[in-house]
Design a protein around this ligand. Structure first.
Ligand SMILES: *[C@@H]1O[C@H](CO)[C@@H](O)[C@H](O)[C@H]1NC(C)=O
Ligand SMILES: *[C@@H]1O[C@H](CO)[C@@H](O)[C@H](O)[C@H]1NC(C)=O
Ligand SMILES: *[C@@H]1O[C@H](CO)[C@@H](O)[C@H](O)[C@H]1NC(C)=O
Ligand SMILES: *[C@@H]1O[C@H](CO)[C@@H](O)[C@H](O)[C@H]1NC(C)=O
Ligand SMILES: *[C@@H]1O[C@H](CO)[C@@H](O)[C@H](O)[C@H]1NC(C)=O
Ligand SMILES: *[C@@H]1O[C@H](CO)[C@@H](O)[C@H](O)[C@H]1NC(C)=O
Ligand SMILES: *[C@@H]1O[C@H](CO)[C@@H](O)[C@H](O)[C@H]1NC(C)=O
Length: 766
């Protein structure tokens, strides 16, 4: 006899058949994992019919057993797009992937979170100024922003609904009750709240050994409250971090509405839950979706990545998806690569948090810090390597790793510790280790992290490698070296700003090099915003990451949507990109940390967002659903899948000759052989009669011509095509950067040009 059952082991569910064969009992287990079965667009089919179809597919791989089919079913996606999530063996998954109607089957991967002064710094005009400029942004109360994140702390003053008009008609979302959250937790500001944890529980276990805090939309980590308040927090008169960075602060579009889709739990966010959130968000009627999370690089292709799939259908329903670029920092690490999302890099503002450090020889230096305690006297300073304990080598101890510090040697001292490059080790935890070993202060040598303010648990400061070397050489050359670390303070305008943050993930695009990513940059370094008191007993906190940059763009996109409700997601995106700037506040070129080299389009895309100009971009590069189809065709996706995804019968009649042909607001030619031409279409959204002239700064070694080089518009909404011709003038290696500017007296419409000359083919030498 056979009794099917599930046993959980780690993150894999085993489907076991207990077979009693004559004398021996044999247990045959097939490992079952959670998979997404993606089935393309929903063309208005009845959700119940769709669900029935999912169960039929599942029953067919379970030898017709409806019970087993139901037991393996996790989610059905049936509103924004079609598909389901289920526990399947590899064989079953492979079988289903070949069925008609199935686009792709992919495993349930885990995604990571890409963990106010920033608005003043960007020059976001106050409501009154905008009104006098002729833009009414009052309509923002009708714009609903969805946040796929860790939930919300609805009692935060940032989410107060005082003076908010009633919930917009047509809103179909709901306020799900759960632990410490009920219908009265939502208000006129937080108008919807849902949570998704089936995929998380299957992978991580729902038992008491796995801590799940708040089985409800309530935010236990703080990340979700932080991102929502950056985009749309109400004005809070005295927002500060334990006295630092004080002042009034608000989000970009403070009167817009929030719809919460809590999908991320203590250890991350799973694909099957993410897709359920996208599915509901599209149906609920949100206008903008903010997604401060993403896959680790390299990202899977568009039909095997939950965020790409969900955002594709969102974009085709008129919802702009704003996503973070990632915090991996090195070339080709940027993620959220789909052309239908706007991908945001992180940069600094002119506000910094530093601690002064004075060495015993009177030399002063400063490091980055948020630690509010200070040392009251000069104390011995030693290198972590001098404090090595037990079996640890001095080299290992120089990183102050766990157990590597001898308590006798560390007691009462300041330690100089190294932070390994690209390490994801917690910097706060390192200060806790030093404290536990008896240390009273820490200098952390961390080139890439030297601009990130960290709330260390003892007086501490982050310095770059150069300063680190100076301090170590002082220690080496002094019999009894001493130091004193002061409490952190707020510093304005000390360094050029904005700069691209060292951790911000960089291009080129590893999936489709013809599409420049990231698209734009916004503040993401040391951002003060609302927080969850459950995570740390405070109302506001300072965080860094592209996670914080993303909601700055979300807030700006919301204002554009409020002023221009009929604009498509790609028009809003174009307005943000073509008005961005590549100059910093001192009119120098924006630089990139940590080395402060000149930044380029792989660091910041089109540049640093300029909220004062986004509402009046003059021209836009618009993209329609058919264009995405032509784009996907040019990448070689098979016609059957494309038909399911787009439900368009003309599948690849109009394939682009290259993905560069998509009407993107930036132009990348990733493999230029001799010459290549790209056509773009701009739509006039400025004055009805206007004339623009092309200004080109060609990438090094490339001749660029634009035909025509004058665009004469006679009405609003008019479209004009132009062609950009690239020709290799002198051979060069790697990528080079330039720009195309459409300029008139009032406006300029900026597009980066990125070109890589195809490496010359070696001759046939035998
Ligand atoms: C909802 O929660 C609030 C505060 O936690 C509580 O005062 C209220 O009674 C609850 N309402 C319901 C209907 O449970
Ligand atoms: C270093 O800073 C201390 C405290 O702010 C100050 O008293 C001292 O003069 C400074 N030393 C130098 C060399 O600037
Ligand atoms: C720690 O250092 C002290 C003093 O140098 C030494 O006596 C002791 O053995 C060391 N302990 C370990 C675990 O290394
Ligand atoms: C300090 O001294 C150690 C050992 O004597 C040596 O390895 C290190 O390179 C020196 N560091 C500096 C910055 O002089
Ligand atoms: C697409 O083709 C199918 C079957 O060939 C047909 O039923 C459907 O009406 C067509 N749709 C459109 C929009 O032409
Ligand atoms: C612009 O180009 C598109 C596609 O290349 C073409 O379909 C359209 O007719 C052109 N429009 C004009 C005004 O030439
Ligand atoms: C590139 O432009 C320069 C200056 O206009 C011209 O002299 C040169 O011949 C051009 N090179 C090619 C390969 O077209």
């Amino acid at each position: 006899m056979a009794a099917p059952g599930y046993a959980r082991r780690g993150s894999i569910t085993f489907l076991c058949l207990f077979l009693l064969a004559s004398v021996v009992q044999v247990t045959v287990c097939f490992s079952a994992k959670v998979y997404v079965v993606y089935m393309g667009s929903n063309n208005g089919e009845d959700p119940d019919e769709i669900m029935k179809q999912h169960h039929q597919i599942l029953a067919s791989v379970h030898s017709g057993s409806t019970e087993e089919a139901e037991a393996s079913h996790v989610y059905s996606y049936k509103y924004g797009f079609r598909g389901f999530a289920a526990k399947l063996t590899d064989e079953q998954a492979s079988h289903i992937s070949k069925m008609p109607g199935v686009v792709s089957v992919f495993p349930n991967s885990k995604r990571k979170l890409h963990t106010t002064h920033s608005w003043d710094f960007m020059g976001l005009l106050d409501d009154q100024t905008m009104e006098t400029l002729g833009f009414s942004i009052r309509n923002q109360a009708n714009i609903i922003i969805g946040f796929i994140d860790t939930g919300i702390w609805p009692e935060s003053p940032s989410f107060s609904d005082v003076n908010m008009p009633p919930v917009p008609p047509g809103w179909k979302g709901k306020c799900e009750s759960g632990e410490a959250f009920n219908a009265s937790s939502c208000n006129r500001k937080v108008i919807g709240a849902r949570y998704y944890m089936r995929g998380y529980e299957i992978e991580e276990g729902s038992d008491s050994d796995i801590k799940v805090s708040f089985r409800s939309p309530r935010d236990s980590s703080g990340h979700g409250s932080h991102t929502a308040s950056i985009a749309t927090g109400r004005y809070v008169p005295n927002m500060n971090y334990m006295g630092l960075a004080g002042g009034g602060a608000r989000g970009g579009a403070p009167m817009a509405r929030i719809a919460v889709y809590k999908t991320c739990w203590d250890s991350g966010c799973y694909d099957v839950d993410l897709l359920a959130a996208f599915d509901d968000a599209i149906r609920d009627g949100i206008h903008i979706l903010s997604v401060s999370l993403g896959p680790e690089s390299p990202q899977a292709d568009y039909f095997n990545d939950a965020i790409s799939v969900g955002s594709y259908h969102a974009a085709n329903r008129g919802v702009l998806v704003v996503a973070s670029a990632g915090n991996e920092g090195y070339p080709r690490s940027v993620t959220n690569l789909a052309p239908w999302v706007i991908t945001v890099a992180a940069s600094s503002t002119d506000r910094d948090f530093t601690s002064d450090v004075t060495l015993g020889n009177g030399v002063n230096t400063t490091g980055e810090s948020l630690s509010l305690s200070e040392m009251n006297a000069f104390t011995r300073i030693i290198s972590g390597s001098e404090a090595s304990a037990g079996y640890f080598t001095p080299y290992q101890s120089s990183y102050c790793i766990e157990s590597s510090l001898n308590k006798t040697k560390t007691q009462g001292k300041v330690l100089v510790c190294q932070h390994a490059e690209r390490s994801i080790e917690s910097r706060v935890a390192k200060s806790a280790l030093v404290k536990e070993a008896g240390g009273v202060g820490m200098i952390l040598v961390d080139e890439a992290g030297q601009d990130i303010a960290i709330p260390f648990v003892i007086p501490s400061a982050i310095v770059g490698t150069r300063t680190g070397r100076h301090i170590l050489s002082y220690i080496n050359n002094t019999r009894k070296a001493t130091a004193k670390i002061f409490r952190a303070k707020t510093v304005l305008g000390a360094k050029p700003a904005p700069r691209v943050a060292a951790f911000s993930s960089k291009g080129p695009n590893s999936l489709t090099p013809e599409i420049l990513k990231p698209d734009v940059t916004a503040p993401g370094l040391n951002i003060l915003a609302a927080w969850s008191p459950a995570a740390k007993n405070m109302e506001f906190n300072i965080l860094s990451g592209t996670s914080m940059a993303c909601p700055h763009i979300t807030g700006i996109a919301t204002l554009i949507k409020a002023v221009h409700p009929s604009w498509s997601p790609s028009a809003i995106k174009s307005a943000i990109m073509t008005t961005a700037t590549i100059l910093d506040k001192h009119h120098g070129f924006i630089r990139a940390d940590p080395e402060q080299r000149n930044a380029n389009a792989f660091d910041y895309g089109s540049g640093f967002v300029n909220p004062a100009r986004v509402l009046d971009p003059g021209l836009i590069y618009d993209i329609e659903a058919e264009d995405y189809l032509a784009f996907l065709c040019s990448l070689g996706y098979d016609k059957r899948s494309l038909h399911l995804v787009t439900r368009n019968n003309r599948t690849c009649d109009r394939a682009f000759k290259s993905a560069s042909e998509l009407n993107y607001p930036s132009i990348t030619v990733s493999n230029l052989k001799d010459s290549f031409s790209v056509t773009r279409t701009v739509t006039n959204v400025g004055k009805s009669t206007s004339i623009y002239t092309a200004v080109v700064s060609p990438p090094a070694g490339i001749n660029v011509t634009v035909v025509p080089d004058r665009l004469i518009f006679t009405r609003i909404g008019q479209k004009i095509n132009f062609t950009v011709n690239f020709k290799v003038a002198s051979p060069s290696k790697g990528y080079s950067f330039g720009f195309l500017l459409w300029r008139n007296k009032r406006l300029h419409v900026y597009s980066p040009l990125v070109v890589r000359v195809s490496p010359a083919k070696p001759g046939l030498v035998r």
